[in-house]
Each structure stands twice: as structure tokens, then as C-alpha cells.
Design a protein around this ligand. Structure first.
Ligand code: AMP
Length: 445
């Protein structure tokens, strides 16, 4: 199937060509035809499936006809990052059309947002709270809305936005086309869909199945050895762009700081950052300035970076679906990716659930650090108390550290190689034999 079968306006087709998209993704194939007919839609699809273009392209087609400089389409999204991403995406696809999008979210000035809309935007991409502030203050109206999209509806529910959504619905006309996208379908979202969608088409894209291009590896490791394991993997693996998930904001920050000390270009994304800092972190990760982004699930939701080579579950996700969301960030658009999961004994129940969802077992890698010789413990010890050469402490049953392994990541980033060896007994080169990984020559030992 090709995009030509949708008969988009020439100016939209030109943008599709500019994007380099050769054929529509499965959700685009299924969703675009009914959306072009004006049907309501319930889309069960996660980030990474191409769902944004699935609603943006028919939206632009609709807006090509009819009045300009009036707000005729509204997209509501749960996070500022997702709103920005959708806005950027619209700008890209609407580049030749003269249609404009404005973005609305909290944490930044209100007047700039109002001015942009009053100057004449046809599309608003908004987070619920700030949008309601504007609407309640009568800063602008939504009475000409023809198309409403609720994106990541399950996440909006998680964040407690459903009452706000219901209030926003009172500001938009009853007569409209409505789309709901959700990766999962909690009862509350199903009820919302039943009440606001009219005879919707339902499109489901393997929403609980991870992309087939991802390889899944499980490292059995105790909590206190996780950082040492991560460091070792990074030393031995070509990780173009790595997204690391931690359970808490605090851990995201402290792990990023620790990786930075090792010499890696790393940033973190957690709820405590100002909007400007968050955007800087995201932009830096997207541009490749930062090779590693450490984030919590909430902070990373909806991140659209197309070239993530590795997703590391430093902490186990809480549900099998969260595993799918996290790992869906790699292996996108038919590229291969690797999902590396660190699991302690207490995590094995979740591993079983994830593997049931995957329909297969993850490849297992054992990892052993010497008792009491974790990186965390070593890092917090004063320098003079650190043993000069750990290799002398290695039990005879443990294989010698490979000569070629060293702090290659640090060397690559121009940092001083560390002079301390940390003994482990696994070989991550078996992770992806076809990825053309370089042999590391730097010797930190
Ligand atoms: P989304 O699920 O909307 O977050 O999109 C995931 C990624 O797929 C984005 O980086 C899009 O630019 C990309 N994408 C969307 N549609 C296509 C397509 N038809 N062909 C290739 N890549 C696409």
C-alpha cells in the first residue's frame, strides 16, 4: 500500500515525501480511510506505531477546505513533551499548507500562547490544565472545533485528567469528529469512549505486543550491583542512543550523575525539572549530544526519538504493559533494538508475566560481582581505602577480566580512563553478534 491511495492534497503529499515515508504503517493504513470519511475512531495503539501521522494527516486534509485562522482542531495530550512533539510533527507535515498549530501547556507564560492563537492558528495541541485555565478566563474560544483528538487517553486517566477532559468537552461543539487514542483500555476510558464517540471505528494495533525487531535480554543481578553491570555493558557495547528507566526520580538523577562521573554524555528527565531544563534534556538526547537519557516512566512517556538503540530497564517495570511501552522506544520503524532488563530475585514474578506477554523467554545473562564489591560501595569509599588492584581479590573460580574491556565509553567521551578494575564474569558481546560492535582497545585495568 502506498500513501497515494489516500489521495491527500498535493501540499500534504509533498510533506509526506519530505519525511521520507514510503508506505503507511499498519495503524495509518487502518485509521486514515475512515478518518477521511469523517468517522469517529478509537485507536488502540502505543507510541512508535505511527499513530500521530494517522490522525494529523487526515486532520490537515480536512482543514485544507474551510475557513483559515480559526481554531478548528484540538488535540489534548497528557504531557508537555508529548504536546510539543505533536506540535513539531504538525509543523513538519503542514509545512506546505499554510495551516498553523499552537501549543498550550503549563509552566510557561500564558500570554505568548494566547497571542499565537489569536494571530490565527487552526490547530491547538494542549495539556488539559492550562487549556482549562485559558478557557475559563475566556482567552479564546473553541466553538469552531470540528475535530477533537484525545491522545494517550489512558495516561490522561492515570494523571487524574478525566474530570478536566469532561469540562473541556463542554467548550467544544457537540457536532464534531472525535478520536481517542490509548495504549491500554481501562474501564474509565472505555466508558469515556462510549459516551463521547459516535459509532466509532475501532483500530487496534497489537497494543500489547512489543515490536518484533527488538531483542530482549534479561540480566539477573542484585540491586547493589546494577550500576556496575550497566557500566560494564556500556563499556563493551556500541550503544548509539540509550534510554535507561529507573523507578524513582531520585534514582534517575543520581544514576545520571554517576554515569556522568564515569565520563558518559548523559542527561536525566524527571518530574522536578523546569520546563526549560526538560526541553534541553530532550533536545540534547534527540540531537545525539547526550548518548544516554535516564528517566522515570512518567517523565519518558511519549518520548519520540527514532534512533534509540538500547532500552535499559535498570529497575523492573511495574506491569508487563509498561515493559512494552518502555521497550517500544527502540526497534522503531523496522530498525533493530535491544531491550536489556535488570532483574533481582524479587522481580522474577514480573519476568514471568512479561515473558508470557512476549510469547517467549528472554535471553538470560548471568552477572556476578564479588561480595561487597559493588560499584556503589566502591564509589562511596574514600580513595585511599580503595584497593589498588581488585584482580588480586578475584576468586580462582572467576575468569580473568578480558583485556580488551576498559572504560571505552569514558575514553570515547574524552574522560580519563579509570584505574580500577571491577571483576565480573559475563560477556555482553554475545548480545547482538550482528551489530558490528567495535573491539575496545582502551585498557582501564
Ligand atoms: P508515533 O507512533 O506517532 O510516535 O511515530 C513513531 C515514529 O514513526 C515517528 O518517528 C514517526 O516520524 C515515524 N513514522 C510515522 N509514520 C511513518 C511511516 N509511514 N513510515 C516511516 N516512519 C513513520
Amino acid at each position: 500500500m502506498s500513501f497515494t491511495s489516500f489521495h491527500f492534497h498535493a501540499k500534504i503529499s509533498a510533506a509526506i515525501n519530505d519525511s521520507g515515508y514510503t508506505s503507511p504503517t499498519p495503524i495509518q493504513q487502518k485509521a486514515i480511510p475512515p478518518l477521511l470519511e469523517g468517522r469517529d475512531l478509537l485507536g488502540l495503539a502505543q507510541t512508535g506505531t505511527g499513530k500521530t501521522a494517522a490522525f494529523v494527516l487526515p486532520m490537515l486534509q480536512r482543514l485544507m477546505d474551510g475557513p483559515r485562522k480559526k481554531v478548528r482542531a484540538l488535540i489534548v495530550a497528557p504531557t508537555r513533551e508529548l504536546a510539543e512533539q505533536i506540535h513539531d510533527y504538525i509543523n513538519k507535515l503542514a509545512g506546505h499548507t499554510g495551516l498553523a498549530s499552537a501549543v498550550v501547556y503549563g509552566g510557561v507564560g500564558k500570554q505568548g500562547q494566547i497571542d499565537k492563537i489569536r494571530r490565527g492558528a487552526e490547530i491547538i495541541v494542549a495539556c488539559p490544565g492550562r487549556l482549562l485555565d485559558h478557557l475559563d478566563a475566556k482567552a479564546f474560544r473553541l466553538d469552531k472545533i470540528e475535530m477533537l483528538v484525545l491522545d494517550e487517553a489512558d495516561h490522561m486517566f492515570d494523571k487524574g485528567f478525566l474530570p478536566a477532559i469532561r469540562r473541556i468537552l463542554k467548550y467544544v461543539p457537540q457536532q464534531r469528529q472525535t478520536l481517542i487514542f490509548s495504549a491500554t483500555m481501562p474501564a474509565e476510558i472505555r466508558r469515556l469512549a462510549e459516551t463521547i464517540l459516535r459509532e466509532p471505528v475501532t483500530v487496534q494495533i497489537d497494543h500489547d505486543l512489543p515490536a518484533p525487531t527488538i531483542s530482549h535480554v534479561l540480566f539477573q543481578v542484585e540491586q547493589q550491583s546494577k550500576t556496575a553491570l550497566l557500566k560494564r555493558i556500556m563499556e563493551q557495547t556500541d550503544m548509539v542512543s540509550t534510554l535507561v528507566f529507573t523507578r524513582t526520580k531520585h534514582k534517575a538523577k543520581s544514576l545520571a550523575q554517576q554515569l556522568e562521573k564515569f565520563g558518559y554524555s548523559v542527561t536525566s528527565l524527571q518530574g522536578n525539572l523546569s520546563q526549560q531544563k526538560r526541553q534541553q534534556a530532550l533536545d540534547g538526547f534527540k540531537s545525539g549530544e547526550f548518548k544516554i537519557l535516564v528517566a522515570t516512566d512518567i517523565a519518558a512517556r511519549g518520548i519520540d526519538v527514532s534512533r534509540i538503540s538500547h532500552v535499559v530497564n535498570y529497575d523492573m517495570p511495574d506491569t508487563a504493559e509498561t515493559y512494552t511501552h518502555r521497550t517500544g522506544r527502540t526497534g522503531r520503524a523496522c530498525r533493530s533494538g535491544e531491550a536489556l532488563t535488570f532483574a533481582g530475585r524479587e522481580d522474577m514474578q514480573m519476568v514471568t508475566l512479561i515473558e508470557r506477554n512476549l510469547g517467549k523467554k528472554m535471553a538470560r545473562q548471568a552477572f556476578t560481582a564479588l561480595p561487597g564489591d559493588t560499584l556503589e560501595a566502591a564509589e562511596s569509599r574514600p580513595m585511599r581505602q580503595r584497593p589498588a588492584a581488585r584482580s588480586s581479590q578475584r576468586p580462582s573460580s572467576q575468569p580473568a577480566r578480558r583485556k580488551s574491556t576498559g572504560n571505552a565509553g569514558a575514553a570515547r567521551q574524552g574522560a580519563k580512563p579509570r584505574s580500577r578494575a571491577v571483576p565480573f564474569d559475563f560477556d555482553v558481546r554475545s548480545l547482538s553478534p550482528t551489530s558490528g560492535r567495535k573491539e575496545r582497545r582502551t585498557n582501564a585495568g
